[in-house]
Design a protein around this ligand. Structure first.
Ligand code: LMR
Length: 329
């Protein structure tokens, strides 16, 4: 991630209280909803380790995974209220903060992984992080989970017709709702950590997520079919309460930014292999039937989904939509 530049003199700043000899530990609570063995779970732990090391134990990041502190519905409010200092929600969950974020939910927004990096490191990422400024939220960067796949229960989902009669768990996002509508299916917004139970009971028949979430939350055990469709993006905005950010000693802020840069790079190098490895574990541990969407089938999906781009132009803004369109070329 580009965007932060330090000069080494600033790096040498002392913690504010070092002169007085009073050594206070700064504790940053970091809440997230996924399992530890995922791109976000591991990046969060790595971030905590780096901050600990660089600050010589003066800044402690306490990571709370699996929604153990706050669910995805609660964590944004908890951040704004200062009950938690840091979160990394899926970008889909930020449409209430600014409708611009919906651009990343558009189906097939990123055709390749290189395109993801171009988008997040370029104008799209900058404009999205800047949209947080008015909300007392400091956007520090992005981590990526990967591209989403479809799982469901009764039959393979290959052609748009196959969505009929199926109800998919979605994150609370208007674009995702519209996506399933256009494909001919239904959807139900639901907390991440409620999904397994609802799939198991049949309250919803399917869901969309990345391999690492499907694997770590064991959805593949209660689903019979998986379509490798790569139809949607899942990534995270690294957010801190802005008042809290400004209350930190300058040295702590630099250590945090430095550690963010390192984890962003680490995440970019590892999220693909994690999803790949966990796909082979799913194959080994279950009989789930897997279909990889052919380019011809993908075209059928895209044809159905195209109207969503026109519809979201006034909402996400013409500029962002055309930037996404450019990336797709
Ligand atoms: C989901 O709710 O499916 C994801 O946002 C979970 C996550 O944070 O990866």
């Amino acid at each position: 991630y580009i965007g932060f530049h330090f000069n080494s003199k600033e790096q040498d700043l002392a913690f504010d209280d070092e002169q007085s000899g009073i050594r206070k530990q700064i504790v940053i609570k970091f809440s997230h909803v996924v399992a530890e063995n995922t791109p976000k779970g591991l990046a969060a732990q790595k971030f905590a380790d780096l901050v600990d090391q660089k600050s010589n134990h003066r800044v402690k990041v306490e990571v709370f995974p699996n929604g153990s502190l706050y669910s995805d519905k609660e964590e944004l409010e908890a951040l704004k209220d200062g009950r938690v200092q840091m979160i990394a929600p899926a970008t889909s969950k930020l449409e209430g903060v600014s409708s611009k974020w919906q651009v990343l939910d558009l189906p097939f927004a990123f055709p390749t992984e290189t395109a993801i990096n171009d988008g997040l490191n370029g104008d799209i990422g900058k404009s999205l992080l800047a949209s947080l400024n008015s909300q007392n939220i400091k956007g520090l960067g992005f981590w990526v989970n990967g591209l989403k796949q479809i799982t469901n229960k009764s039959h393979a989902v290959i052609h748009p017709n196959d969505f009929k009669g199926e109800k998919f768990r979605i994150m609370s996002s208007n674009v995702l709702k519209k996506q399933f509508e256009l494909l001919g299916g239904q959807s139900k917004p639901m907390d991440f950590n409620e999904t397994y139970r609802n799939l198991e009971s049949g309250n919803v028949s399917g869901e969309e997520n990345t391999i690492s979430n499907i694997y770590s939350k064991k959805y593949y055990r209660v689903q019979d079919y998986m379509t490798i469709s790569n139809h949607g993006f899942l990534g995270y905005a690294l957010l801190m309460n802005e008042d809290y950010w400004h209350s930190l000693p300058a040295k702590a802020r630099l250590i945090i930014q430095d550690s963010i840069i390192e984890t962003v790079k680490w995440n970019q190098d590892h999220y693909r292999s994690m999803n790949k490895e966990q796909l082979s574990l799913i194959k080994k541990e279950s009989n789930i039937q897997i279909h990889e969407l052919t380019s011809k089938e993908k075209k059928e999906w895209i044809e159905k989904l195209n109207p969503i781009y026109k519809q979201y132009e006034p909402i996400a803004g013409k500029k962002l939509i055309s930037e996404i369109r450019n990336i797709q070329r």
